[in-house]
Design a protein around this ligand. Structure first.
Ligand SMILES: Cc1cc2nc3c(=O)[nH]c(=O)nc-3n(C[C@H](O)[C@H](O)[C@H](O)COP(=O)(O)O)c2cc1C
Length: 184
């Protein structure tokens, strides 16, 4: 009986370990939108840490630089469920298995260009790893919203980073990716 249990444990270890390692061999993309640079900084750190390609989501129409006007425009777009047109597309999207998706927290959800991005491709069978920078509100209800936008994707645990910590996020990012077994 004990022999059988030991044998079963050994078999589990042999099967489980290569499966974990295979995660890191998957092709990865870090796609992000950033208005004032914090999410861009975090995106670049993630891409470095996992060896992924980087893709900046750029809306065709620029957002206002004046902060109060930006707050108004963003609020209007979010409340109306708008999907602003984007300037660019990912080439060979189908070849990516794991896609990190980054956004600033705008009114407790993802910025509208990120919603456009997520509804512009087929995410069935893909893995999404969300990340967000914020001014104190964490993810807000962004994770629920992301799952509604991409119901066919698998989601891994995301990371939210305070805007004031974006420039010093390397240790936090490495720890998070280590936990997900994605660190290079
Ligand atoms: C239009 C707008 C709405 C925002 N709404 C929130 C919010 O609801 N909660 C929050 O914690 N931070 C909010 N913020 C702060 C940003 O999420 C934060 O500064 C973020 O790091 C900006 O990212 P970026 O530099 O990549 O654009 C908001 C900022 C803007 C411009």
């Amino acid at each position: 009986m004990i022999h059988k249990i030991v044998l079963a444990m050994l078999m589990f270890t042999c099967i489980a370990v290569p499966a974990q390692n295979r995660e890191k061999e998957k092709k990865m993309l870090v796609a992000y939108f950033s208005h004032s640079g914090n999410t861009r900084t975090v995106a670049a750190e993630i891409a470095r840490a996992v060896g992924a390609d980087l893709f900046e989501i750029v809306p065709q129409k620029e957002y206002p630089t004046d902060y109060n006007s930006l707050l108004d425009v963003a609020k209007r777009e979010i409340n109306a469920g708008q999907r602003p047109a984007l300037k660019n597309r990912v080439t060979e999207f189908d070849t990516y298995d794991i896609i990190f998706v980054g956004s600033p927290n705008w009114w407790s959800t993802v910025a509208p260009p990120v919603a456009t991005f997520l509804t512009s491709y087929d995410f069935a069978g893909k893995t999404i790893v969300p990340f967000m920078t914020h001014g104190g509100g964490g993810f807000g209800h962004a994770i629920t919203d992301l799952k509604k936008l991409c119901p066919d994707a698998r989601f891994l645990d995301g990371l939210s980073i305070r805007d004031s910590s974006a420039g010093d996020c390397r240790p936090t990012i490495d720890k998070w990716l280590q936990k997900l077994n994605l660190l290079k």
